[in-house]
Design a protein around this ligand. Sequence first.
Ligand code: HEC
Length: 493
Amino acid sequence: MLKLIAGFVLVMIPPVGWGNDIIDHGRRLYTQENSASATAVSLAGGITAPIRTFPCSGCHGLDGQGGKEGGVVVPPISREALKRSHGETEAEQFEKRVKLAVRDGTTPDGRALHPMMPRYPLTDSEIESLVAYLGELDHPAVPGVNELEIRIGLNFPESGELIPLAEAIRQALQEYIGEVNRRGGIWGRKLILQSVASAPEPFCYLLPMLPGGRATEESVPLLFPLGQTNRAEKRVLPLLADLQQQATLLVRWWLANDRREYEHALLVADDRQGALANRVSDLFRAAKVPLEVIEEKSVAEWPGFLLNDGDSVAVFWFAHISALTPFLSELDGRHPVAFYSGVDLVGQQLPALQQAALTNLTLSNPRGLPDRSAPEYHRYLQFRERLSSRLEHNDEAVRVAFAAAALLEEGLRRSGRRLNRAELTEQMETLHDFRTGALPPLGLARESGKYAQLIRYSSENGTFSVLLDWGNGEKLRSAEQPGSDRSSHTTGQ
Ligand code: HEC
């Protein structure tokens, strides 16, 4: 019956997860981490001692590569090392060697091992776990990861006006991660947050580089649950619509719904966003609608006076907010203006925008409102409750931190015990509709328009309402004429 059940479990649990449990058990035996076991080991001269005081790692090393202990050479015992020392290639030979050494202090050819090697009365299944774990020790070292820890980097500024925000996010992340660690960490490893200034390279970065953060190693993956990226860097795992995708969604909406109301369309983008400007220009060209493109640095010289008095203008703003005031003053209140932008780009400038002769303000929002229908929403509320005394006025920071940490946890759990960066990236890329409760469902945002929301400001009551909700960007795209857009060929990849 037991066998039957075990067989059933094997079918239900993916092999990776199953293997990970054994390996995790093996690791705990090897390191005796948190061990309260009453098992006694026998030492030379018939002495016994509690097993936790003689972990294998104490002599053979956390990496299994051996060394010297009190003048005695301690051999390496990882799978590959034993294969090399004894020329034994079969799994059974390896298992037999470990079993004999551990239980009897002998080798397969009958030699007694040095008396320093203790005897351990371990069961067959414990030996099996140890053997599985010794096989794991041969995998190449991954930066930021060792047997006991995974180091996660935060790239936040060290001074400036964003410090309070960065600090609030860090505190909330610390709270979440502390909870994960109290439950035993991930595959037995504790998560450690470190700032970008600390020396060892982290396994990955979490959250974007806030302005003022430092440039980081290109090889380190970046989990990114905000929406201000402007380049499709390979190592960046966006999970929310980046600026180009947000612009695409806004332009599609405008072309399908609003364009008849405006005489001119303008795109203001900073010069690092060539890809964004090209993409937007393509969409306009395909729809045979003229578009004027202005580089952010030329905003002040832009001859706004060339517009006829009273002409209405739709502005697609993907430039820095500091250029907004000079730009608006060019327009001089003589033209009805509609403003289309990312919520993060103009959020602070709402009052300035309201003073322009604004006909409408439509923003793409890569974060949106919490997904109240998700069962995880409740978990998020509890989390917020725990933090409320400390971070009362930082709802957004708490929300972003919670989603980021949940995402990190999920990615690391899915990656399994044998963690590496390629595996994490792969796991993230297959993540779809992942529900954190704090944000709408997340997934790798390489498909444009799927993971942003369009919201429109109502000047009457001073609030935003949802114009186009999550996922509906797909509908907007399929409603377009087939072939009217080059990117439609890539749909369904
Ligand atoms: C107090 C130090 C110490 C501890 C603790 C210890 N070992 Fe050893 N172990 C040794 C020494 C020394 C040798 C070499 C003996 C020899 O070559 O005669 C050895 C040999 C071995 C060998 C044989 C290697 C070979 O090439 O045949 C294996 C396998 C081994 N140990 C596994 C373990 C495991 C598994 C544990 C934990 C359950 C463990 N050891 C704990 C010191 C230790």
